[in-house]
Design a protein around this ligand. Sequence first.
Ligand code: UD1
Length: 393
Amino acid sequence: MSVTQPPNLVLVPGTPQPRVSDGRTSIVHVVGARPNFVKMAPVIEALDRRGVFQQTVVHTGQHYDSKMSDRVLADLDFPAVDIFLGVGSGTHGVQTAKVLSAFEKVLIDIDPDVVVVAGDVNSTLACALAASKLGIAIAHVEAGLRSFDWSMPEEVNRVLTDRLADILFAHSPEATDNLKAEGICPGKVYNVGNTMIDSLRRAEKRARELEAWESVGFAERSYILVTLHRPSNVDDPARLQAIVGGLVGLAKHSPVVFPIHPRTRARLAEDGGLALLEEAGVACIEPVPYLEFLSLQAGAGAIVTDSGGVQEEASALGVSCYTFRPNTERPITLTHGTNVLLGEDPAEIAEVRPSPHPPTPCAIPLWDGHAGERVADVLVERYAVRELMEAGA
Ligand code: UD1
């Protein structure tokens, strides 16, 4: 089948054109935002080793800043992106709609056998919806996570993506239970473990050797790493001001490093919060690439965050994590990891203390560095057995 470039499609300079079908089962992988890259790198790599799929990687461009995208991809040795949609930012509706329509054109051109989406960002739902409307099979990596909080845009994305998916890759028994409770056919659900931890284990040694805490002038284990970007925490000026108060209180007793997400920085710059943090001695830095961020996590005495992935990575590294949210869709990090729910009161932030003890990495079942291999095995079994038989494998 010949593949032509759909209108409005921007290709990443220096990457190949969309490929002409070579007769193998065709699989399209979707990435859009920072956490997607980390979750999908091990899957693409594991499938590449099996060689039975013709893989195409589509980057929607939801995240586009070099620090949020290119440098993260480079740290992960992410395979070349084949198609870049360049969708960028917008309201949730606009962003989702732009990805949906741009990705539909790609699917019509490539006509793949299966589309793989990951996580819960707007690109995940938009691409699953586009594939579903065209009758193309969908596999969802990180299915079944539920915060049961419908005010989170990610919860809407998760639930709807799971309804559309044909294959659901869960990372924990709680996630498979959630899917079962929603009536998803158990035959579609595979508990494969956590592909994000595959990436972590691969990069851990290099990250530790970086000693990124030194570049911010802090001693290992002495400091608290902070990340905050959820709309519920940063979009309301009064709430953000109260959170700044909590962080100023934190900085009174401990060194604090805060790599600031662009949406958070924009809000902080609007109302003077950034200046208050800097005056209090908080190291307000730009978002850092993957290896540097892993290094900052590994060397921290504690982490305060509202991110989903950080709860998992901190648990795998054994570093205390205080999640500044009333709930988590990752309860396994509470029961088997290092995560504690801090709740919603900004005053609680100032109470966190760094732990001087060396971290003890948590052994969470199937978070063993081989989840990508298990995802690949299922995809081969479900979609490429014909090719294997023809090849006499
Ligand atoms: C998105 C995901 C969130 C995930 C987070 C990881 C959704 C609904 N949210 O949130 O689940 O935890 O990614 O980072 O999909 N911006 C830039 N440069 C960029 C990207 C964004 O400046 O490269 C700014 C823009 O002002 C944009 C804002 O950040 O409007 C928000 O970006 P967006 O992708 O909409 O959501 P995130 O907050 O990044």
